[in-house]
Every structure is written in C-alpha cells, then in structure tokens.
Write a new protein. Structure first.
Length: 320
C-alpha cells in the first residue's frame, strides 16, 4: 500500500529522458551518497523515483532533504521487499529509458551523459549493458566488453543463465532498457515478489526475451559497494536455518521460472535446451545439498517443487 508520495518531475533540455528507479530500505548511512551521484550527473533530462520500502531508521529524514528537488519523486510504502519496491517504482516512470540504482551504490558522474550519447547514435537498440567497479577490500573493474558491439539476445540470455558476470550478468543496475521494448500490452512485467534471491536475474531474462537489439559497451558507469559479505555470497548451500532455506528455495524457483518462460517463448530452441539443462542442474544441486546436510525441510520443499515442475513439463509435452 502506498502511504505517501512527494516531489515532482521536470523535463530537461535533452531529448532522451531517463527514468531511474531507486528502492531503499534502512539505508540512512548510504542513501544520500546514491542520491548525490544522480544529482551530480552531467546530463539533466532524468527523473529519479525513490521508493522507501517502509524504512524504520532515519532514511525518511534523509529523503526529506530532497523534497524540493524537481527531478526527484519519493514514494513511501509499507515494507514488502526490494521487488515490491521496484515494481512500485515502475508504475511512476515517465521516461524513454529505464535504469536501476541500489541505495548503497553510485552512478559515475558521466553515466547518464554516456548512455544518452550511445542511445542517440543507436536509437533502435533495446538494451545497453555496461561495466561496473566493485569497491570493497579489493577493488575490481568488471567490463562487459573491450569494444562496443551488438550481440544476439539468445547469446546474452545463455551467458546470464550459465555464468555470474559474462555479458553483464543478470543484474538490473548495469543495464539501460528502452521502455517501449519492455512493455507488453502497455505494461512492464513486474518483478516476481515471491522470490527473495535471483529475482533480478529472473526478471532480466524475461525482459530480454522482448529485446531484439542488445549492445555491450566498454564503459564502466556504475560503482558497486560491497558493504558486507552477504553482497558476495547471498546463499549458503551448507547452512541449515530457515532464513537460508528460503534463499535456496528462491534460487531453485527462479531457475524453474527462467526455464519455463524460455520454453514457453522459444519452444524447441537451443536456448530452451540450455535453460532446461541448467534448471535440472540447479534442482539436483539443491536436492544433493539438502541430503548431505540432513536438511529434511529443504529436501521436502525442493522435492515438491521438482514434482510440480515435472508435471508441468508433461502437460506441455502432451499439448504439443
């Protein structure tokens, strides 16, 4: 439920309007840094939609400082998770292109200007994927390519399914999406709010299936801060605790969701075979770990999802 909305948007002089969605929850120590990285952009035709997902710290006090900023809109809602916050943000965007920003990260000062320049010279491109810099104990540059190039949609989906970083991975924040290419029946498909892990990867794959032209660029335009170890390892297959079990199940459900969507949209394709193989590998991995760790709760849950998955596959085959 939306509790409050304040701020307003204002058109800039540049032709290409970029909508930035920034979900935030209890980020009083970092959110101002993220906001400043947007306000300091060299490109001015943007709107920043900040969705406060029911923060209980002083996040709201920080956000109130920006009530008068013409390009910022703050939406306050009850806590529902990052996917819920992003989905609310998507309902407020009015731009031509979509960018995500996490509350503890930053955009480089030339991010929007660089992306707008690429768009201006490649207006039929549905998605632009760029590199990022990881900032932590050991800083690391992660480029997605050494030179600008167009790649096949199936190829980038395959890499997202099989690897963590190739072609930019399944992250939402290192990608500029053309909003018209995301819409189906005038609406952008929402994030799956049932998932607490791999929800961004599952969403990215679904959106990529709508894209025809995908461009990788060598520019590093995002600063990704590794605040704690959970940023690096969000899931443990060895831990036996309810919270971690939920993450593991979400991992399996996301893999199943990706496979089912690809099979539905691209039946009998090579990509469908790849997704099916990866899905089976993920399910077997979770099942094996649950047995090794004597985690009956996790084993029972994944068995149930696997049976449902197999039944759905049987129905799909019988229909064909």
């Amino acid at each position: 439920m939306i509790e409050e909305v304040y701020g307003m948007d204002l058109n800039g002089k540049e032709d290409i309007r970029i909508s930035i969605v920034l979900p935030v929850y209890n980020s009083e120590n970092y959110i101002e840094r993220a906001i400043r990285s947007v306000l300091q952009q060299k490109y001015s035709n943007y709107e920043l939609i900040i969705v406060d997902d029911g923060s209980t710290d002083k996040t709201d006090e920080v956000l109130r400082k920006y009530e008068e900023e013409k390009r910022i809109r703050v939406v306050k809602k009850r806590n529902g998770g990052v996917s819920s916050a992003r989905n609310i943000g998507l309902t407020y965007i009015t731009g031509d292109y979509l960018l995500f920003l996490d509350s503890d990260d930053e955009l480089t000062s030339d991010c929007l200007m660089t992306l707008a320049s690429y768009v201006k010279h490649n207006k039929d491109t549905d998605l632009i994927v760029f590199g990022w810099k990881e900032l932590g104990e050991k800083d690391k540059i992660r480029r997605v390519t050494e030179e600008k190039k167009l790649i096949a949609t199936d190829f980038i989906i395959e890499k997202i399914i099989e690897t963590e970083f190739e072609c930019g991975g399944g992250y939402p924040w290192n990608k500029l999406w053309r909003i018209d290419s995301l819409k189906r029946n005038t609406v952008i498909q929402p994030f799956n709010e049932e998932l607490i892990l791999c929800e961004d990867k599952e969403w990215a794959v679904r959106q990529l299936l709508n894209c025809k032209r995908v461009m990788l660029i060598p520019d590093v335009l995002y600063l990704y801060y590794i605040i704690n170890e959970e940023h690096l390892s969000k899931i443990s297959f060895n831990a036996v605790e309810p919270k971690n079990d939920n993450k593991v199940i979400s991992f399996a459900k996301a893999s199943i969701g990706i496979e089912e969507e690809i099979s539905r949209r691209k039946p009998d394709s090579e990509l469908s075979k790849i997704a099916n193989k990866k899905c089976m590998q993920d399910i077997i991995l979770v099942y094996y770990k649950s047995i090794r760790n004597r985690n009956d709760n996790l084993r029972n849950q994944v068995t149930g999802y696997f049976r449902k998955y197999v039944e759905n596959k049987k129905k799909s085959i019988s229909v064909k």
